[in-house]
Design a protein around this ligand. Structure first.
Ligand code: PPS
Length: 284
């Protein structure tokens, strides 16, 4: 139930790993630097895929870094108490992973030139991916897909409402230092998306380097890379192991929603996202 969460400004956070004081400090005091890159998402939207791609772009396709350093050390979570100290103490350009909603994000960003990549994904697939993922962790308790579905459309899931998260961040989409990406586009044309990310980050790759980025960030390569597949997550957080690279497809919701759920979801989506051109959402 909802008392299992840590509530901060209307947003439920898992109680393991998150603390009110830290979240408050991040919003008010954390200094984002011009040379930082933030990988920002609502959970389960393709965060780790993008981290892997960005890391590989930095190493021009070379796999050494991604195969020797855990993904959360390469791009630490901003809001998580275990990794936040790594960020404060890190010199030079940082990669920062973040799931925070707009209203809790560090204020310093809004006067900085730091770059943000915001990845969106069909919220139906986000829901299904989240259900299977959270069920395996000790971070939050999840009874059944039916109940999780209700929570998801009523706001009561970790990191708050997908709709509010997405609406608020999408309102920033015309800023030069925010790149909007979607899981669906990355999936459909990974190579073009990688090029787009390179342009945004001001990096230039040779064709063979680009092919290496593609190869080492593939679903299979990531699933086999223990630095990226979450198999290093400790037992106290996930006693039965975690399967981050679960399926890696688009439209898996169709295997899990009932007809009634699909209709209910459409209705909520239309209500909440009415202000945006439908072309922004590249999914069925
Ligand atoms: S988290 O826990 O919020 O950081 O999770 P996140 O990384 O955002 O999302 C996990 C889903 O992304 C899929 N994924 C990939 N799909 C295709 N290719 C690659 N390389 C890849 N890496 C991660 C992962 O499988 C999760 O989706 P589902 O639908 O559960 O499989």
């Amino acid at each position: 139930d909802m008392s299992d969460y840590l509530w901060f400004e209307g947003i439920p956070f898992p109680t393991v790993e998150y603390e009110k004081e830290i979240i408050e400090e991040i919003r008010n005091k954390f200094v984002i630097r011009d040379e930082d890159t933030v990988i920002l998402t609502y959970p389960k939207s393709g965060t780790n895929w993008l981290i892997e791609i960005v890391c590989l772009i930095q190493t021009k396709g070379g796999p050494n870094w991604i195969q020797s350093v855990p993904i959360w050390d390469r791009s630490p979570w901003l809001e998580s108490q275990g990794t936040y100290p790594l960020l404060i103490n890190k010199e030079g350009p940082r990669l920062i992973t973040c799931h925070l909603p707009f209203h809790i994000f560090p204020k310093s960003f809004f006067s900085s030139k730091a770059k943000i990549t915001y990845v969106i994904r069909n919220p139906r697939d986000v829901l299904v991916s989240g259900y299977f993922f959270w069920s395996k962790t000790k971070l939050v308790k999840i009874p059944s897909l039916t109940t999780y579905f209700e929570w998801f459309i009523k706001v009561n899931v970790a990191f708050g409402s997908w709709f509010e998260h997405t609406c608020a961040w999408l309102s920033m989409r015309k800023r030069d230092n925010l790149l909007l990406l979607s899981y669906e586009d990355i999936k459909k044309d990974t190579k073009s998306t990688i090029k787009k990310i390179c342009d945004f980050l001001g990096k230039k790759l040779e064709p063979d380097e680009l092919d290496m980025v593609l190869k080492y960030s593939s679903f299979q390569a990531m699933k086999e890379n223990k630095m990226s597949n979450y198999s290093l997550i400790t037992e106290d957080m996930a006693p039965h192991g975690l399967d981050l690279l679960r399926k890696g497809t688009t439209g898996d919701w169709k295997n899990h929603f009932t007809v009634a759920q699909a209709e209910a979801f459409d209705k909520v989506f239309q209500e909440k996202m009415a202000g945006f051109p439908p072309g922004l959402f590249p999914w069925e």
